[in-house]
Design a protein. Sequence first.
Length: 104
Amino acid sequence: MPNPMKIRATVKDGVTEVKILMQHDMETGLRKEADGTLIPAWFITEVKAQYQGRTVMEAQFGQSVSKNPYLLFRFKGGAAGEKVSVSWVDNKGESRTDEATIAA
């Protein structure tokens, strides 16, 4: 199972800011081992954030995104104590979903 994401969500003046650090190797498929064999591609392809069952952010990633991607976004709404859910899927079919409670 993939490592958990680190998610921080805060709300100020009716706008919620979400910061995410995803734990993933993000291999491009172009890097080689010491013996010259290619390391297979393995990277996040889709990221989705939801608040109260509504999608507030959706992104598509590719090979060029660095290891352990960091993502920040904002959306209108949200209140302290409520939850934001973030999930991702990679090109090998692995997935991860984590939640964070919105702080004031």
